[in-house]
Design a binder for this molecule. Structure first.
Ligand code: UDP
Length: 336
């Protein structure tokens, strides 16, 4: 759709980061005008297309956000900015309550003051904690087992209360395991110090690290290693664009929805797939369990499939790995 036909600009917080930058690409590909606010602590300005304004600063800076909302004709906010490292949230919980919960509170207040009507929030399966039943439905109990998950759940609660009191609606998407990179090679996961399995495996494949640790082989799963629902970052980004269109069409409704494929792979299955995609045998070392890792985390995605016209286009583990690997090679070239 030509850009002229869109009624407003979408503000993407954290648009220079991994998932945010893919959301910017999906929005632009769908014809939406976009502005980004990012403090560039973990994001990269090169991840933002030339026709997207970058406002450098914090989402907790209400004056800056207020000016941005007014000057850029913002009608919806997609909020990705925040801290995302679970073990760090355990040792420094106040950082998570500041960067996630308190910063979101300030942003939401600026949004309400400016009369912005739609808010899309980057939430997480970590809001559930250890599942009682898998696949996980949105109605499952939310009992986060770390400050990261709690900081995100508290933002969901704020949104729930704020939309009851103000003319705003929201969609919180609870992400399962996000992986891969833009298939056109425009963005990918670039922050140093990766902890996520597929990123670590492709770093091993490109020689950035020597081996991959397998964190526990005694889980209650078919092969004893942790099972997760890996979703391609571009599919996830597209879900945000559909969620935006839903919020515009249904101004009295707000939604919380899982974002996953509803299919789980074990650590060993992922590493086998990486070996096949790379045609290598990446060294695996069995290591102790990582604290707080549940056996199995798989989404029931029937709500998002029933609600949005979103359909996964890249529900294919080898493609997720292949796109992650292609990006890792681009990054390695860049750093040479
Ligand atoms: N994992 C692993 N080795 C690694 C990183 C992760 O065995 O180097 C396992 C981890 O224990 C979990 C799964 O891979 O079972 C996914 O972990 P990741 O950190 O990618 O995402 P999480 O599910 O923790 O958000």
């Amino acid at each position: 759709m030509p850009i002229e036909s869109k009624p407003f600009t979408v503000l993407v917080t954290g648009g220079a980061g991994y998932i945010g930058s893919h959301a910017v690409l999906s929005l632009r590909d769908a014809g939406w005008p976009v502005a980004v606010i990012d403090n560039l602590t973990t994001g990269f300005s090169w991840a933002i297309p030339d026709d997207v304004a970058l406002i450098e600063g914090d989402v907790s800076d209400m004056a800056l956000v207020g000016r941005t909302l007014a000057e850029h004709n913002i009608g919806a906010v997609m909020h990705f900015a925040g801290s995302i490292v679970v073990p760090e949230s355990v040792v420094d919980p106040l950082k998570y309550y500041r960067n996630n919960t308190a910063a979101s509170r300030a942003l939401i207040e600026a949004v309400v003051q400016a009369g912005v009507k739609h808010f899309i929030f980057s939430s997480t399966a970590a809001t559930y904690g250890i599942p009682e039943e898998v696949p996980l439905r949105e109605t499952a109990p939310t009992r986060p087992i770390n400050p990261y998950g709690m900081s995100k759940l508290m933002t969901e609660y704020m949104l729930r209360d704020v939309v009851a009191a103000h003319p705003l609606n929201f969609c919180a998407l609870r992400y399962f395991n996000v992986a891969g990179a833009d298939p056109q090679g425009r963005s990918g996961q670039s922050t140093a110090g990766a902890t996520h399995l597929i990123k670590i495996a492709v770093e091993a494949a490109t020689g950035k690290r020597g081996h991959v640790g397998v964190f526990g082989t005694d889980y209650d799963t078919p092969d004893g290693t942790g099972v997760r629902d890996y979703i391609h970052v571009s599919d996830l980004a597209d879900a945000h664009v559909h969620a935006l269109e839903y919020l515009i069409a249904n101004p009295a409704e707000s939604l919380i929805m899982n974002c996953g494929y509803g299919q789980g792979y074990s650590v060993l299955e992922v590493l086998d797939a990486v070996d096949r995609v790379t045609n290598m045998t990446i060294e695996r070392r069995i290591e102790p369990r990582r604290a707080g890792d549940p056996d199995l985390l798989v989404a029931d995605n029937s709500k998002i499939l029933a609600t949005l016209p979103w359909r996964p286009k890249r529900n294919d583990l080898p493609q997720i790995i292949g796109d992650a690997l292609a990006w890792e090679r681009i990054l390695a070239e860049r750093q040479r």
